[in-house]
Write a protein that binds this ligand. Sequence first.
Ligand code: AMP
Ligand code: ZN
Length: 472
Amino acid sequence: MKLYNSASHKKEDFVPHEPGRVSMYTCGPTVYHFAHIGNLRSYIMEDVLEKFLRYDGYDVTRVMNITDVGHLSSDADTGEDKMLKGAQREHKTVMEIARFYTEAFFDDCKKLNIKYPDVVQPATGMIDSYIKVITKLIDTGHAYLAGGNVYFDTSKLEHYYVFNDHDEENLAVGVREGVEEDANKRNKNDFVLWFTKSKFEDQALKWDSPWGVGYPGWHIECSCISMKYLGEYLDIHCGGIDNAFPHHTNEIAQSESYLGHPWCKYWMHVHHLNTADGKMSKSKGEFLTVSLLEEKGYDPLVYRLFCLQSHYRKGLTFSWDNLDNARTTYDKLVARVAALKDEGAVDEAAAAPYKDAFREALGNDLNTSLGITRLYDVLKSGLNDATKRALVARFDQVLGLDLLQKAEALREKAAAQAAPAEGDGEIDALVAARTAAKKAKNFAEADAIREQLKAMGVEVIDTPQGPVWKRI
Ligand code: AMP
Ligand code: ZN
């Protein structure tokens, strides 16, 4: 496949380190609040990448961290501690907050058909590994102690990696973010590997280390978790575009200095979902979550389709109108699939060009919207229904829209509406008996039957055309 690599700023042929196998690392959520649907756009698109690689025959191992310590609101080493802020907001401990929002995150992922990663590792579970890596970075002169903290020395690198949209001139993180700069830093881009002294005196989670009791910086977790589970050569590292700098830049600095050789080959960054009036927010305006979509009556998979309709390297604007359009498309797709009959045999030869076209679309830097067009091509084609169903099933292994399951549910619903439900015969008989009792002016009996029906959850309504009944 061809994948755009933000490290080279080019679309490249994807060639994994080991033939047939792919190691894939995803920056997981900071679990201080619910994920917003912007965060989930990133995870949906990364999920499509993983599923496409599997579809293409690769053996994929996917690892995700859970950030439950160390992430400050500026993404650099300044601002507020996100986990601490969450705990204070809810009067709970940091670990309670972490557990609750980790579970909530994976509930959302499940609803969006995002596969659970092969390995999920909370950052707090890897302290020994951070200490080992930081110790080596100090020993090799890549890190230094200042004011009680350990910093990575970016001046020791031949090249401090810069992803797109950033140049050396604009890398003064503290200044850029408009927050205070740390006087301990020798160079403006140095970053904290281990804090023993921070402004957060009430920091809840602390561990012993050779440099004193403290806690790790944010970036070190992803380097260590990735290297522990995926080894020294990583094929693909994913994240939202805001992670590219400084987070991923710093991951590269640490990992390559520690390993002494290049580390990750392909960097995949998903661009942001925004609202028309700006950035997604967890605090201002409407907090867009999967639960909110459900409350408003949307199937979460409609949101998945909405994401697939645009390319992951373009910004996407969310609005309820846009989501309504996606719902119309989704309902039409499901209805078309539901109309396919179960008969006939799959014609593999006739299916082949359609499979190739789908593969070509997704294999071209995940052109998901073209992939959906390819799905429509199948549904509109002259292929027999069995072949169409087989192709829908295959494409949906990547798209993850549950089309066959939803179509089946639609068919069952239609059948249930058409056919009398169990017990309807008995109700009809009782209604008829009541009508007969009324005709015979036996009102006591008619009323008794009405009560009996009520007890069965049925209401009788007398209309000029005769009695009708409905379940209450
Ligand atoms: P966080 O929970 O803040 O660590 O972010 C989780 C993931 O969501 C990261 O990969 C971010 O880069 C990504 N992300 C944050 N905001 C957005 C957004 N508006 N659209 C898409 N991805 C986002
Ligand atoms: Zn990360």
